[in-house]
Design a protein around this ligand. Structure first.
Ligand SMILES: [Zn+2]
Length: 280
């Protein structure tokens, strides 16, 4: 569960845009007028740091206005393992889920549906890091597979945006199964010859990067996103070696052939639109 562990690089970046007039950039530490950041698609105007944004904000970034039609919005986890942490002072998974659902506008860590990008139809699923660290449990996996199958049935391109710490710990083995389930759905989808575009946002880790996120025909990442499997410190302790400073950044992954392209937020729609038109 990489998102529980703060390595040095992650600790520096791991702050949400707070409510208020001014925000502090996690990267350059400048204090910036909030509206200026908002106007800039929540990208720091000084250093180009891409703040984390919600799934709905992401969708509105690159789909045609009013074209998104959500599917499976009612699916929510029913705590299959009846997971309760040890110790009576701990809040149960069920109660935590309830609290997160009440405080956010979504029922699970992913939103899926059909949309158009410059008039081109596509099926998309977007993970939301603010909901249990965007973690993949039974519902995220199920929503993913249903969305892929819809794309397959309708012969449409499929797109995902990952922003996740990995598998949902509270659903144990059922979360891990989602890795095979989503990967299997993608393998089947690829037989119909339509493109799967995978977008990696900060952060993409664990069971999500180890399954569907890295299976895109085209893999796009946002600048400076942290992407990996286990956290840097865990790897360093395991192999007993020092890792490079920019290890697990989008830029490092691009240089080593793990992703195809880094696209700034403001150019994302244009890039996706071009890919869709080239693969139509
Ligand atoms: Zn900055």
């Amino acid at each position: 569960m990489a998102w529980f562990k703060k390595d040095k690089a992650a600790a520096g970046k791991k702050v949400k845009v707070p409510e208020g007039l001014w925000v502090k950039c996690n990267s350059c530490k400048e204090i910036i007028y909030r509206k200026e950041v908002d106007r800039n698609l929540k990208v720091c105007p000084k250093c180009n740091y891409h703040f984390r944004i919600s799934a709905r904000e992401r969708i509105s970034l690159f789909v045609d206005e009013g074209s998104f039609i959500e599917i499976d919005s009612g699916l929510s986890s029913n705590d299959p393992l009846e997971f309760n942490p040890e110790g009576s002072d701990q809040v149960s998974y069920k109660d935590k889920l309830k609290a997160v659902r009440n405080s956010s506008s979504i029922k699970e860590a992913a939103i899926s549906g059909s949309a158009k990008i410059d008039g081109q139809p596509v099926i998309i699923i977007v993970l939301d890091f603010a909901f249990f660290g965007g973690s993949m449990g039974s519902v995220v996996g199920e929503k993913f597979v249903r969305a892929v199958e819809k794309a397959e049935k309708e012969g449409l391109p499929f797109m995902s945006v990952a922003s996740s710490g990995g598998a949902r710990m509270q659903e144990g083995i059922i979360s891990l199964i989602q890795m095979a389930k989503t990967s299997g759905a993608i393998a089947k989808f690829k037989q119909v010859g339509r493109p799967y575009i995978s977008i990696l946002a900060d952060p993409t880790f664990g069971g999500v990067s180890a399954s569907f996120a890295m299976l895109g025909d085209i893999i796009i990442a946002e600048p400076k996103s942290l992407i990996g499997f286990a956290g840097k410190r865990v790897i360093e302790q395991t192999i007993n070696q020092q890792l490079p400073d920019n290890f697990q950044t989008a830029e490092f992954l691009l240089a080593h052939g793990m992703i195809d392209i880094i696209v700034p937020r403001k150019e994302l729609k244009k890039t996706i639109s071009t890919i869709l038109s080239l693969t139509a």
